[in-house]
Ligand binder design. Sequence first.
Ligand SMILES: [Zn+2]
Length: 312
Amino acid sequence: MFAFQNTPLNRHGEVRHTEEFIKPLLELPNTFFLPVHQQSIVCARSKNPDVDQNGQPLWLQSQELKQLIGSYQEKHLIYLGESDSKHYFTFRLKSPDSLQHMAQLRPEAVLELCGLRELFKQLPPEQAHLCSVAVAMEHWHNTHQYCGFCGHETYSNQAGFVRNCSNQDCQKQHFPRTDSAVICAITYQDKILLGRQTSWPEKRYSVIAGFVEPGETLEQAVAREGYEETGLRLKSIEYYRSQPWPFPQSLMVGFTAEAVSPEIKLLDRELEEARWFSREALTAAVEAEELVLPFKFSISRELINQWLNKNS
Ligand SMILES: [Zn+2]
């Protein structure tokens, strides 16, 4: 399964900036609000040890949100979208201390902050998708509190999709940013190139990835990253597909490419190791637990699986 591929979220971008659209949603029983703090989701876990101990995202209903913050502060709500006739918002907790306050709403549960990687392992794709949009938006708001032009404070507007500069002489608008990154399965004849960074979990290997630089096409970024990290010259660079990657706000654009020749040189030392694997060698290494592949929802894993499943 590939994350976010089949999770239609109607963001209502054409109307979400209007009060007429947003206001009525805030009172509906099928509208839910997710608290987020510094790239973590507030989750509720049962106090009963006999019940599933995985934390579930704490989707609050309208009445609970009112109870919590007295009255709606619409400007603090970020509209995520509509899915299956339900509407979803997120809002930022300024301090983790708010969890104690929130705990009154769920006395039967323990509230805790959960990271996305942890949640991805157990959430259905639709939920994982909503949580990832919430985290990406929270991160953007958190890191754009001040105007990059004049240094004055900014404030959230248009259901959280714009931050306006509060300086009347400036009035710049700031929009959510997505960082483009390329990720590429490089092959040579019947082998695939996998590498590992020192900072990764032990035995983890993956395909080559890196951020796109200003003024580059995606294909140029693939060729440059491939060369910098492995010394390989690439040909037949072809788009595969893309995946939002909310750690914290990237878009991974997947490619396949062939190396012109197989000699590897770790030029920029971003990788501590890079090797060619045949299908048999890779399968055997994974089975022997000598090597760990990227986590199952990632496009990196998908690229590797696609290659593994090919006949030649
Ligand atoms: Zn400004």
